[in-house]
Design a protein around this ligand. Sequence first.
Ligand SMILES: Nc1ncnc2c1ncn2[C@@H]1O[C@H](COP(=O)(O)OP(=O)(O)O)[C@@H](O)[C@H]1O
Ligand SMILES: [Mg+2]
Length: 197
Amino acid sequence: MLNTIIKLVHSDYCLKKMGYNFLENLSSVREVNLVENKDGIKTIIKRDCEGWYPQTLVENEILEKFSGLDMLPRKILFKEDVSEGIVQEYCPFGGYVLSYFLEEEYIQGKKYNYEQLSAKEEQKLINLVNNLHEEGYVRMEIERASNFIITPDGLLYYIDSGSCAKKDDPDFKDLMKKDLVSLDNLLKKSQGVKNDL
Ligand SMILES: Nc1ncnc2c1ncn2[C@@H]1O[C@H](COP(=O)(O)OP(=O)(O)O)[C@@H](O)[C@H]1O
Ligand SMILES: [Mg+2]
């Protein structure tokens, strides 16, 4: 509890120094914050520290590389060293310094709970998985519904690519197979909802 309070106060302080208004903490795993930028627009800021599995680095790489795919949030800003005297955020209990900073588009909607997807959204998801696999990214954690947001218009967004592993991972092929099984399960659930209607 104390840890959480200190982290919240700290996030608020560091983000303010960079010109953002901290609104909400969205993850218990890493630093994922909903903020308001200088123009009053809500965006998402994700931060990591060196030495941990660099989720923010991988996510930035993917958002940059696949920026044309409309299932992914738009990348706004990435900083690799935020220590520049402005944002050296130190978590006193974790004992680390947050050094990677990714700002991305805030997707408004709700967490996907395997609601029915339109045929178009299903095809977009299949294309996304194929595209990432072809470029050497696997372990998409498709099975986690919390890695998707669905908009009120029924558009599905994949908002967390931070867990992806790359070609040099010794389990690359197995991870790819696991993704395909997860994709299949997700599509079956979406179809199941359709058949129940
Ligand atoms: N671009 C985004 N737009 C809207 N909500 C987001 C976005 N990125 C993350 N979130 C929300 O924050 C939660 C945690 O973010 P995520 O990247 O999945 O981190 P982690 O899995 O490490 O907790 C997500 O489940 C989602 O609800
Ligand atoms: Mg996640």
